[in-house]
Ligand binder design. Sequence first.
Ligand code: APR
Length: 315
Amino acid sequence: MPRRNKITIVGAGNVGATAAHWAVQKNLGDVVLVDIKEGLPQGKSLDLAEAGPVMGFDSKLVGANDYDATADSDVVVITAGVPRKKDPVTGKFTSRDELVETNRKIVSSVTKEIASRSPNAVLICVSNPLDAMCHVMLQESGFPRERVLGMAGVLDTARYKTFIAMELGVSVQDVHGMVLGGHGDTMVPLPSHTSISGIPLTELLSQEKIDSIIARTRKGGGEIVGLLGYSGYCAPSASVVAMVESIVLDRKRVLPVACLCKGEYGYDNLFLGVPTVIGAGGMDKIIEMKLGDKEKAMLEVSANAVRDVVKLLPY
Ligand code: APR
C-alpha cells in the first residue's frame, strides 16, 4: 500500500518547529516532532495541525516525548541541543569545549533512539558545532556516510545569495553559487563560481563589495543574534527543508551539504561542506569541482577548524 513520507524532527524549538511548518506547507509528508520538554512537541504539532484546514495541507502531525512514534521514518532531522549561554554569575559564555561535550551527549542519545527505530532513514544534523555533531551521528548510528548529512552550506549559501541580490537589486532566484567548507567563520564562499543568471558576479561587483558580502555572510548567524538576542530560525529551517524535499521527492538537487569526505577534495574521514547530489538515499554523490589556489587554501583553513573541534570527541 502506498504510504506517505514520514519526516521526524527531533527538537521542537525554533528551528525544529519552523521546519515542521515549512514541510507540511509544502505537503512533503507526515511529521513527528519530538522534544525532551513535556507538552512542547505536542503543543507545536497540534497548533500546526489546526492551521491545516486554513492553509490546505493534510499532513498528519504528531508530537511526542519518546521515540516510538518515529519508527520507520524516511528522514530524521536532529536539531536537539543547547545554545551557548552566558553564565548569570560570572558573565562568561559556555566554552566551545563545554558546548561540544553537552551537545555530543544529547546528539549521541538521540541518534541511538532514532537509528534503532528507523534503520533506513536519512539523518540530517542541525545541532552545533555542526561538523563535529555529524561525526557523532555517523558513529552512533552506524549508518553509511550517504545517509548522514549536515545542514550548514544551504543556509550559508542562502545568506550569501540574499546579500548579493540586495546589493544588485535583482531577484534572489537568479543568483547562483555556493558556500563550501565548515560551518563557522572559516566557511568558503566561491565568488569566482557565482553568477547572476550566468553573468559572472565578478563582472557586476567590485572586489571590495564582494569582500564585504563575504564578510557579512561569515558573520550572518551573529548578525541575527545581535538583532534578536537569539539565533535565527526561518532561514535555517527553510534550508533543512530544501534538503528534506530533495530526499523525499528524490529531486537530485545539487546542494552544499556537510558530508563525510573519503578522499574528495583531498580530505579523508572529515565532514566538510561540499557540493553534493541529494536524492532518496541521501547523498548520491559528491561533485568535485576545480578550485583555485586561494579557494583551496581557504578550504584547508576551514578543514583545520573542523579538525580542531572533532579532536574533542572521544572517538
Ligand atoms: N532530546 C530532545 N530534544 C532536546 C534534547 C534531547 N535530549 N535536548 C534539548 N532538546 C530540545 C530543547 O528542549 C529545545 O526545544 O532541543 C530544542 C532546541 O531548540 P532551540 O533551543 O529553540 O534551538 P534552535 O534555535 O531551534 O536551534 C537548534 O541548531 O544552531 C543549532 O546547536 C543549535 O541545537 C541548536 C539547533
